[in-house]
Design a protein around this ligand. Structure first.
Ligand code: SAM
Length: 316
């Protein structure tokens, strides 16, 4: 049986047609909401990798329209929802569209400008690269999309906010968990029942945004610029001195899971003493300042592997 006929037998494909969703993906976001209540109190949202727009439709119907139709709605209080994709998409009520590449620093800036210094309550990202079939390569490109999404998150998500992203399950899933755990107190992997069992996709639901102390989000943004820069890989060298403070630990960890700078030499950031000067370190047993302690815990969890990572499946 060909792919097209298999899709047509699919219950969610038919339901999407009946209910006017542009893609069956709408049900994935709806089912994540049923489980995690992600829209409660939400007024400002970013939808990354949004085309053809079924998640934006969900946001329009669940967030924008209820506010607009409420008897005491005011124009100035209407939700702000910004959707970005490489592809153009047909208009959706209440959705501001930006066409661009989320791994490009310029796109991130455009999104940030729409928020005019304000913060988002929720960022969702259903991005997927063109799959090559080479699993490691697909997982890597997907992780670059998540890094780009996380860059936007660190600039515009409010403390306590939520981030939902599509992932490809693979050998680096536990590392991704640890990277996201640096920024969110709750990180859960979910597989909505509308996501085909045969697909390696899953979704990560990150709740309660609370970036580590001393983290400077501008360096993640600079990393995006470096990824896109003509000089290429040299610029990605996170030990080349462009990082300062706690970011000497966090950025290499986020860029490539690298923690070498942390415990093998003195290139990790030094904790400050009470008077603001740097403490001298015992080279064998360096003192651990609280933010690095948190990073070290993440590292340990990563190397031990995570048991029950997939336990919160939304499958029946
Ligand atoms: C699975 S589709 C998203 C479906 C969408 N959530 C919906 O419900 O209609 C994945 C999208 O990711 C977009 N995409 C992939 N890489 C991107 C990038 N670097 N920047 C922006 N969009 C990207 C693709 O253009 C594609 O439209």
């Amino acid at each position: 049986m060909g792919k097209a006929s298999r899709d047509k037998r699919d219950i969610y494909y038919r339901k999407a047609k009946e209910e006017g969703w542009r893609a069956r993906s709408a049900f994935k976001l709806l089912q994540i909401d049923e489980e995690f209540n992600i829209f409660e109190g939400v007024k400002r949202v970013v939808d990354l990798c949004a085309a053809p727009g079924s998640w934006s439709q969900v946001l329009s119907r669940k967030v924008y329209l209820p506010a607009k139709l409420s008897p005491d709605s005011k124009e100035s209080d209407l939700p702000l929802i910004v959707a970005i994709d490489l592809q153009p998409m047909a208009p959706i009520e209440g959705i501001i569209q930006v066409q661009g590449d989320i791994t490009n620093a310029r796109t991130a800036e455009t999104v940030i400008r729409h928020f005019d210094g304000g913060k988002a309550d929720l960022v969702v990202c259903d991005g997927a690269p063109d799959v090559t079939g080479l699993h490691d390569m697909d997982e890597f490109v997907q992780s670059q999309l998540i890094l780009a999404a996380l860059t936007i998150v660190t600039h515009i998500l409010k403390t306590g906010g939520k981030f939902i992203a599509k992932i490809f399950r693979g050998k680096d899933t536990s590392l991704l968990y640890c990277q996201l755990k640096l920024f969110f107190t709750e990180v859960t992997f979910a597989k909505p029942k509308s996501s085909r069992n045969s697909s390696i996709e899953a979704f990560v639901v990150c709740e309660n945004y609370s970036p580590p102390e001393g983290f400077n989000q501008k360096d993640l943004h600079r990393l995006l610029e470096k990824i896109g820069s003509p000089s290429g890989a040299d610029d990605l060298d996170c030990s080349s001195g462009w990082l300062e403070g706690p970011n000497k630990v966090y950025i290499p960890f986020l860029a490539c899971g690298d923690f070498n700078g942390y415990d093998s030499d003195r290139s990790y950031p030094l904790p400050k003493s009470a008077d603001g000067s740097y403490q001298s370190l015992d080279p064998v047993q360096p003192p651990i300042a609280p933010p690095y302690k948190r990073a070290l815990e993440m590292k340990k969890a990563s190397s031990h592997g995570l048991q029950g990572l997939e336990k919160l499946s939304l499958d029946p």
